[in-house]
Design a protein. Structure first.
Length: 227
């Protein structure tokens, strides 16, 4: 199974209409990912080609790809990566322009068996929006404030409030928040918002930072449509 295509019953990626349909518990949400990315965060969808001749398990278990989905788009194999600090930086950072945003969607691989060379996907979980910041022109506070404002506008379409709780920080990650969504008196942990210094990757990026937001769509669906 290691080199075979993996499909998922809830996920339909880039049909002719260019929409993503997420089918969960009888609910169909159109454009949840792409409209959010394009209209709110002004982000482009990332497509990362994969050499499928490689051993999939080795690739999944490698240090820079931990959350991924394999799919077949018009007979072209793609790996869409959801780990901003690893996959996007190593593969896309040289191409990214300052203030340019990307979005990825991801599954999480579970129950991997190196002996049997088998794995299976968990349910559709999250997408990650990333934006490259030049800290010579934009302060960390300005970058995060702008992103939070966009996030609040995104939540408005669901008639929700957004709250933030601070996590511990480091030189590598000077800003780290958990994002909570509130609706009708209920709260749910929605995602994770970070600002990351990129100098640890290469000296060329020592003046650059990355704003990353990982959103749990599975949790969002359960939260918004809880009976």
């Amino acid at each position: 199974m290691s080199n075979k295509e993996v499909s998922h019953p809830y996920f339909d990626y880039m049909r002719d209409s260019g929409l993503i349909l997420l089918k969960k518990k009888g609910i169909v949400i159109k454009n949840t990912l792409l409209e959010t990315a394009e209209k709110v965060f002004k982000a482009e969808l990332i497509e990362l080609p994969v050499l499928m001749s490689r051993n999939v398990l080795d690739y999944v278990n490698s240090s820079y790809v931990r959350e991924s989905i394999f799919c077949d788009t018009k007979k072209k194999k793609y790996l869409l990566c959801g780990d901003p600090t690893d996959s996007i930086l190593f593969h896309f950072l040289p191409q990214m322009k300052v203030n340019q945003s990307f979005v990825t969607c991801s599954h999480v691989f579970r129950n991997i068996s190196p002996i049997k060379k088998e794995f299976r996907l968990s349910e559709f979980q999250m997408f990650t929006v990333v934006r490259l910041i030049d800290r010579r022109k934009t302060t960390p506070k300005e970058a995060i404030t702008q992103f939070i404002d966009e996030l609040k506008r995104w939540a408005d379409q669901f008639d929700c409030l957004v709250h933030f709780t601070k996590n511990s920080t480091s030189e590598k990650t000077p800003v780290d928040y958990n994002v909570l969504l509130e609706k009708d008196g209920r709260r749910a942990n929605l995602g994770h918002l970070t600002l990351q210094n990129l100098g640890y990757i290469h000296d060329n990026y020592r003046k650059r930072q990355l704003v990353a937001f990982g959103l749990g769509l599975e949790g969002l669906l359960n939260f918004l449509y809880q009976k």
